[in-house]
Design a protein. Structure first.
Ligand code: AHM
Ligand code: MG
Length: 352
């Protein structure tokens, strides 16, 4: 008797378009039916982020040409770091784009101590909140090395009748409805997920559009590269030192750009592991849970990878307590994260 196999649902990510260009806008609109609450708000939000990314890209690309490189007058940001002028610019543009459309009700950024309320546009109340790091790795700007924007989108928890609250932002990463990054590299690429796989769009500067270039991205199961600031080796815990020794014994190549978006993007394409464990300076890790680790963990998991704290908790299950909370991270190819886990279990002095 002939058996019928059930066909997987066809989405725009899996449809073949021959050589036809699929722009980010077209892709977002045609994917709307995949969203649980398809009111068009999330579609609008992703488009706003795409527009802000193009504006930031324009400034990043001419950073050496105009007097925009260097430390801003505004002083330190919420985490006590020096703000770069381009950090401030990218932050302003993202906030502006999101405020103008009113597709979200509140924003949190690495560059702002507190959340920013967004006034309704045309009396329309939004159910979404957005978190971002407007320009991650910004210490690289002055030396022409790649930087990135990271974003996460959640549905608010509080009643839409009132202002958004900090609790709306303190949700675990599993509640993200969309997350992604923009890498301003040799070319500019926007990579995002809405929980239905990961797709990448490269900016074609000749037409000013992000075009689908990396359909349904899958991270390699294993890799040959590890990314960690090995300069802190002596400040790492024993289990981390043993794992790094093992990477060296196995002849894995060390690749560390010092710009998390760039390091993770390479790992997504070529395989590998990125580590930012506890150090003496940052006992809880350096990177921020809500707008750095969670969105990148969602992207990597959606591409088939894994992401844990170096205390072996799944990043996306962490319960946040503060907006600018830091977190340790081990993220990348599933086989390499599993290998790291085995080292931590074997050598850790801490009760797991
Ligand atoms: P930033 O948000 O202040 O730019 O810091 C985050 C960056 C990451 O992109 C990168 O992985 C890390 O800091 C590098 O830190 P270190 O110089 O300690 O290795
Ligand atoms: Mg950052």
């Amino acid at each position: 008797m002939a058996t019928t196999t059930k066909k997987a649902p066809e989405t725009i990510a899996t449809q073949q378009h021959g050589n036809r260009i699929v722009t980010l806008d077209e892709f977002i609109i045609r994917s709307e039916k995949d969203f649980e609450y398809a009111t068009g708000e999330l579609t609008g939000l992703l488009r706003d982020i795409g527009v802000a990314a193009k504006i930031i890209n324009r400034e990043v690309n001419k950073a050496g040409l105009v007097n925009i490189i260097g430390v801003a007058d505004s002083g330190d940001n919420a985490s006590g770091d020096k703000q770069q002028k381009l950090d401030v610019y990218a932050n302003e543009k993202l906030i502006e784009c999101l405020q103008n459309s009113g597709e979200c009700c509140a924003i949190a950024s690495e560059e702002n101590d507190d959340i920013i309320q967004v006034s309704p546009v045309n009396s329309k109340k939004s159910n979404y909140i957005v978190l971002f790091d407007p320009l991650d790795g910004s210490s690289n700007i002055d030396v022409n090395v790649s930087v990135g924007t990271i974003f996460a989108i959640y549905r608010r928890r509080s009643d839409a009748a009132g202002p958004a609250t900090k609790e709306d932002f303190l949700q675990p990463g599993t509640k993200q409805v969309a997350a992604g990054y923009v890498l301003y590299g040799t070319s500019t690429i926007l990579v995002y997920t809405t929980g239905h796989g990961v797709n990448g769009f490269t900016l074609d500067p000749s037409i000013g559009e992000f075009c689908l270039s990396h359909r349904n991205l899958r991270i390699p199961e294993n890799g040959q590269f590890y990314a960690v600031n090995q300069g802190y080796y002596s400040k790492f815990d024993l289990e981390m030192r043993r794992y790094i020794d093992n990477c060296s014994d196995q002849n894995y190549g060390l690749r560390y750009i010092g710009s998390m978006v760039s390091d993770i993007h390479r790992i997504l394409i070529q395989g590998g592991i990125f580590l930012y464990p506890s150090t003496r300076k940052y006992p809880k890790g350096k990177l921020r849970l809500l707008y750095e680790c969670n969105p990148l963990a969602m992207v990597v998991e959606q591409a088939g990878g894994k992401s844990l704290t170096t205390q072996l908790k799944r990043i996306l299950d962490m319960e946040p307590r503060e907006l600018h909370q830091r977190c340790t991270i081990a993220i990348g190819s599933p086989a390499m994260v599993d290998e790291l886990k085995a080292f931590v279990e074997r050598y850790s002095a801490l009760p797991l």
